[in-house]
Design a protein around this ligand. Structure first.
Ligand code: NAD
Length: 368
């Protein structure tokens, strides 16, 4: 097979800082595991606007369509706040998601034991937590028509439309079932079939895909509001949760907070399989460009490094190497290495972005 290709888009703010640590990890896999990646790097967001007047050039978009996976840092910053909506940094990211048709957004909520006390929930509720929320990303109420603010009689009315086709539901359901097969083989689908027709259709289609294609995966259904409650009550009951765009937006943020810091959370957005069988894929940390700490060496690079671990697992079928990288992160945390966002006691000296990256490399070395 040809060398797997990776397009790196560091972006703005802390994006380039955390991505520099990912580059160390990529180089480590090349040098120590004989896993070479064909890596190219380009601009996105404000950095692309500064260079080209657009937040994502056509050339970069074209490259993103051709590589096996895209790894993005973060976009945005206060210096771009007054730009026209059409060229704001976030539009670069939205263009990537839209044109690559990345309909399946994977947000893991994994609680490393060493960080269990960072959660707002009790240690025994979150310790060892490892769930995956699959959010439909390209349809639903954020995109449905009609939409807008209209005038009816003598008052205004705000309208958004929840709309899902059977094929849109079926493809994200398949994505969830495929994931479950690599994990604990359980999917819980969440909607509001009690009050929404789109929820009734969602439930029917997920059940049909299950019965016809994945009968061996355990499937349950839950109303999304009850799901939110259960996520806070006993999240370990779940393995994979699949849900629509709006509920997924909310539930994945709830799940994120179970695990502590924003600096720890990776994500993946997957699309249809390409000719080589790999899904179109964009990997990125959940956090933004953190302008308040940019350029100070304070950013936690772990979320971006764990996003690369997801790329190893889901784009390159290197699950054992992804396990190795995640175990290295776990070990570094267990050793007490902490960036500033993970500090609890006043007076402790935090690790810098580069020191955190170096500690992860040392743990990778120790894994050999
Ligand atoms: P943010 O995620 O950038 O920051 C929120 C808080 O978390 C800040 O205090 C920040 O210092 C901290 N933080 C975030 N990542 C961290 C890390 N890796 N290590 C340590 N601390 C970290 O969100 P925001 O402040 O609301 O937005 C800042 C900019 O980022 C805005 O321009 C926003 O539009 C953009 N943004 C981009 C993305 C993206 O690129 N996917 C996502 C969210 C926000």
């Amino acid at each position: 097979m040809s060398t797997p290709s990776l397009l790196i888009l560091p972006g703005d703010g802390i994006g380039p800082e955390v991505m520099a640590e990912v580059r160390k990890v990529i180089d480590w896999f090349g040098a120590k595991r004989d896993l070479a990646f064909d890596v190219s790097e380009d601009l996105v967001g404000g950095a692309a606007y500064d260079a080209h007047g657009v937040p994502l050039s056509d050339e970069t978009m074209e490259k993103a369509q051709q590589v096996d996976a895209v790894l993005l840092g973060a976009v945005g910053g206060p210096q771009y706040d007054d730009l026209d909506f059409s060229v704001k940094p976030e539009r670069g990211l939205l263009r990537l998601r839209k044109e690559m048709d990345l309909f399946s957004n994977l947000r893991p909520a994994q609680c490393f034991d060493a960080l269990a006390d960072f959660s707002s929930l009790k240690r025994d509720v979150v310790s060892g937590l490892d769930i995956m929320i699959v959010r439909e990303l390209t349809s639903g109420v954020y995109f449905g028509e009609p939409r807008g603010i209209m005038t009816e009689g003598n008052e205004r009315v705000g309208i958004n439309t929840q709309r899902y086709t059977e094929s849109e539901i079926a493809r994200v359901a398949r994505s969830a079932f495929e994931l479950a097969k690599r994990r604990d083989n359980r999917v819980c689908s969440m909607e509001k079939a009690n009050v929404m027709e789109s929820g009734i259709l969602w439930r029917e289609v997920v059940q049909k895909v299950h019965d016809e294609e994945y009968p061996d995966v355990e499937l349950s259904h839950m109303y999304a509001d009850a799901g939110g409650m259960q996520l806070c009550r006993w999240p370990k009951q779940f393995d994979v949760i699949v849900t629509d765009n709006l509920f997924g937006d909310l539930l994945s943020d709830v799940a994120a907070m179970l695990t502590g810091s924003l600096g720890m959370l990776p994500s993946a957005s997957l699309g249809a399989p390409m000719a080589n069988g790999r899904p179109k894929a964009l990997y990125e940390p959940v956090h933004g460009s953190a302008p308040d700490i940019a350029g100070q060496g304070k950013a936690n690079p772990t979320a971006c490094i764990l996003s690369f671990a997801m790329a190893l697992r889901y784009s390159f079928d290197l699950g054992a190497e992804a396990d190795r990288l995640e175990a290295a992160v776990e070990q570094v945390l267990a050793q007490g290495v902490r960036t500033a966002d993970l500090m609890q006691a006043e007076g402790d000296t935090p690790a810098s972005t580069a020191e955190m990256g170096d500690a992860i490399i040392a743990a990778l070395d120790a894994s050999l």
